[in-house]
Design a protein around this ligand. Structure first.
Ligand code: ZN
Length: 852
């Protein structure tokens, strides 16, 4: 069951015009096997061959069958060597069966077809005039409904079948696909790879990747764990994927179900349009995820990406969602798997802090984009569901289930869920059923509040101590808005802890009203209070405690999340004592995540002494803390801060991202408008030299210079430099950063320069590459002129659901921004006219008085 989506006036709608209820189609029967026999003509971007779908009919007398197949050339359709009549409209094939179906007699639908330069589904990557060394590759992407672009199928996740792919490729190429490699047949100048997967899976998880890859072979329990990547990247491939066998072991143990497939391959492909895709036993990864030694200093994204896609082999592939509306079941689990892995591999602190980062991603989307239930079947395209709700909020729901059940029962429930539904499809309810079967616990109350409806509680917590009666008073207010359907209140049991010396006392209270006050008798005044001990509830919290309790919590609370919450609450006090407390904790705190948050908290205090503390934080051993200090210093906009940051730009930093942040900060200093601001031409000189000399891993360092330029909004020289980096010969990630920056810099430019930017974006909007389209949309979405809207409209009718949705949201943004500008302008005009009237009246009054 799922409730309909709601939208309170505070929130924009998730459902855009055209959204409607989406259902799986009726079934003709069970597809038991899909066999593709393909030949690739790579230079001409052609794929041709046959697709044979074996169908076990569910009833007698079916004479017409509709299959999904987009933009193909259908050459012939046969059943048992007999040609069938069909009708094809470019999207679906309607096959008129010569013989009606009979139960118990499976039929094989053999479709001979050809793809000529396909737009979606199958992607051909080739060298071009600007990048002659770009690798030649072919790869596919099925999720969510794009498999129909590369083979005819019943394209929805509710149908599971075994599959095989035979593919003929030039001799120097390797072809990787799902399941087991049955055979490689050598022909004179080509090879035929034959992969067979006997375990059933949905069409969206079928894949093919072809390229001249290097290969590293690891092993887990006798099964091949293979990494495929561009030649010459062996070290990077090891760094990025080398932990896979240990991860396979970890997830096999944690989930209580051993890895289910004959091998696990990861293929790093060029120009991939996602971070990774968990095709059954054959994950495709973007080659941008490959890290080098320097990136490994502070980059967890590669490792968590590998963990995420691997975890899908259980949640998503072994157990398949029956309909996209339940996609959170797999995406939430895979996202939570990142937390599980980091906690296991590094520390529980890192796992907790990483989880908080996920919660914040969701909270940000909830407050700035829209609020929606995790489960909804009302949308235009399934891909719209793939947002921060189903990933990050989904992960938080798994974490809250774990908190509610305890580790032992939670993981036991996950094992039940996997064992009961292995090689089958599930809906959200199956998760609740597995928990109930295993533990007797009914978690519907949790799903009702966090899955079937949008939002989360926002708590304000006040604490005071009454020494006469030895009572601790905790007053809790739920400050979230009424959602228009319910009163918006959450009904949860929250543990509240008191720590005195080393004694901890925890009381669990039910919080279900708008405002509640709780009194706790204690022997003596506690050193500090912990609201939501363990911080396991997805929520926001504002702590209104006295400084001594917050200071004690900042250094004594064993929970890193409580410590960083205390840091934020201390900073709100805004005085010198608060700053001194935070400064002291910064020097003693052992976990870098809390130090980073202390730096961010300090940055919010409006005192002159802050600059010196932040400068000191530039010496922190952890790159991510130094980065936070740099960003905070840029906001200080003082000459001293500029000198400190400039020094980092000159000497560099071991971390790419930290160095990049220092470079990006230069733009803020240049535009600070302060008397001792650095000269614009000095900053431009530095940025130019960075752009010319600091080429490197994923263009991270040079992108810092692009970011700096984007902040120099009134500088025509900055715009000119920026534009040269939007040229097609510029490496992709740097070029994309420059395209996005055009929108940001546009808001301070003169009308002719604005026109110039729009013209450049117009040219770029013709580019068909997915990431260029996103960059152009992002750029236009930052502009404050309605002139951006016609250009954005040109993206609304493109086939990609993500592009379409981003363009529509960008249009709303531009309308809002230019709208508010217009209303400010109108107010100003009205004020001017009032002033004029006032002046006239005053003059007349004075004239009258003079006469009198
Ligand atoms: Zn995923």
């Amino acid at each position: 069951m799922s409730r309909t989506a709601f939208d309170s006036p505070k929130y924009k709608s998730f459902q855009l015009p055209g959204a409607k209820p989406q259902y799986n189609p009726d079934r003709y029967g069970q597809v038991t096997h899909i066999a593709l026999d393909l030949k690739l003509d790579i230079p001409n971007r052609i794929c041709s061959g046959t697709c044979t779908t074996t169908l076990n009919p569910i009833r007698n007398g079916i004479t017409s069958i509709v299959m999904d197949a987009v933009d193909m050339e259908i050459i012939s359709i046969q059943v048992s060597n007999e040609v069938q009549k069909y009708d094809y409209d470019g999207k679906q094939i309607t096959i008129e069966l010569t013989n009606a179906t009979t139960i118990g007699n499976p039929i094989s639908l053999e479709i001979t077809y050809k793809l000529d330069k396909p737009d979606r589904g199958m992607y051909f990557v080739q060298p071009n005039e600007y990048f002659p060394n770009k690798p030649t590759q072919v790869w596919t992407q099925g999720e969510d409904e794009d498999s129909r672009y590369w083979f005819p199928c019943f394209d929805y996740p509710g149908q599971l079948a075994s599959s095989e792919i035979r593919v003929e490729v030039p001799s120097s190429f390797t072809a990787i696909s799902n399941g087991k490699l049955e055979n490689v047949e050598d022909k004179s100048d080509s090879k035929i790879y034959h992969w067979i997967q006997t375990e059933v899976h949905p069409t969206y998880l079928m894949t093919l990747a072809v390229g001249e890859f290097s290969e590293i072979r690891d092993e887990w329990n006798g099964k091949d764990i293979t990494y495929y990547f561009e030649k010459g990247k062996d070290h990077e491939a090891r760094l990025t994927m080398g932990k896979t066998p240990r991860m396979v072991e970890f997830f096999s143990q944690t989930y209580g179900y051993p890895y289910a497939y004959p091998k696990y391959a990861q293929v790093c492909v060029d120009d991939f349009i996602f971070g990774g895709m968990e095709n059954t036993s054959t994950t495709l990864l973007t080659d941008r995820c490959l890290i080098d030694d320097r990136a490994a200093i502070d980059n967890l994204r590669a490792e968590t990406l590998v963990a995420h896609e691997l975890a899908h082999q259980w949640f998503g592939d072994l157990v398949v969602i029956k309909h996209w509306s339940h996609a959170w079941v797999k995406e939430g689990a895979a996202t939570y798997a990142e937390v599980l892995w980091l906690s296991h591999e590094y520390s529980s602190d890192l796992g907790r802090y990483y989880w908080l980062g996920q919660a914040r991603e969701y909270l940000d989307e909830d407050s700035s984009r829209y609020r929606r239930p995790l489960v909804t079947h009302v949308y235009r395209e399934a891909i719209e569901l793939y947002d921060r709700h189903i990933y990050e909020k989904g992960a938080c729901v798994y974490h809250m289930m774990r908190t509610e059940l305890g580790d032992e029962l939670f993981f036991k429930s996950m094992a039940t869920f996997l064992h009961d539904n292995a090689h089958n499809t599930v809906e959200t309810i199956d998760l609740l059923r597995a928990v109930e079967k295993t533990t007797g616990r009914n978690l519907t109350f949790l799903f009702d509040q966090y899955v079937y409806r949008g939002g989360h509680p926002d708590y304000k917590v006040e604490y005071s101590w009454d020494n006469d009666s030895k009572l601790a008073k905790v007053a809790v207010t739920q400050t979230q808005v009424n959602d228009g359907v319910t009163d918006g209140l959450f009904d949860l049991k929250i543990p509240i802890g008191f720590t005195t010396n080393t004694i901890n006392k925890t009381f669990t209270v039910r919080i279900h009203q708008r405002e509640q006050a709780f009194y706790f008798p204690l022997e003596s005044k506690p050193d500090f209070v912990s609201f939501d001990v363990g911080n396991n509830t997805l929520k926001t919290v504002e702590l209104a405690y006295p400084l001594p309790e917050l200071s004690a919590q900042l250094v004594q609370d064993p929970d890193c999340l409580s410590r960083l919450n205390a840091a934020a609450a201390i900073a709100k006090k805004g005085n010198l004592e608060a700053l001194k407390t935070l400064q002291k904790a910064l020097s003693t705190e052992v976990f870098w995540g809390v130090r980073l948050e202390i730096v961010e908290a300090i940055a919010t205090i409006k005192l002159d002494q802050v600059g010196a503390v932040l400068t000191q934080a530039l010496q922190d051993p952890e790159a991510r803390v130094r980065r936070a200090a740099i960003i905070a210093l840029a906001d200080q906009k003082t000459a001293a801060a500029y000198q400190s940051v400039k020094a980092i730009v000159e000497t560099g930093d071991p971390s790419y991202t930290t160095e990049s942040s220092a470079i990006a900060a230069l733009g803020t200093f240049a535009m600070s408008g302060l008397p001792d601001a650095p000269d614009e031409s000095e900053v431009l000189g530095i940025l130019k030299s960075v752009l010319e000399t600091r080429d490197g891993w994923n263009q991270v360092v040079r992108s810092g210079a692009i970011s700096a330029l984007s902040k120099m909004k009134t500088s025509s020289a900055a715009l000119e430099l920026l534009q040269t980096y939007t040229n097609p010969a510029i490496p992709q990630s740097l070029r994309l950063a420059a395209i996005r920056a055009l929108g940001s810099i546009s808001t301070g430019q003169t009308p002719p320069q604005l026109e110039q930017i729009l013209n450049r974006l117009r040219e770029l909007s013709c580019d068909r590459f997915f990431f260029t389209q996103l960059a152009v949309i992002s750029s236009l979405g930052q502009m404050e002129t309605t002139k951006a809207i016609p250009l954005l409209n040109s993206f609304v009718n493109l086939p990609d659901g993500r592009v379409k949705r981003m363009a529509e949201e960008a249009i709303q943004r531009v309308q809002r921004k230019s709208g508010s500008d217009a209303s400010v302008k109108q107010l100003r005009e009205e004020l001017d006219s009032l002033k004029k009237d006032n002046k006239t009246l005053t003059s007349r009054l004075e004239a009258l008085e003079a006469k009198g």
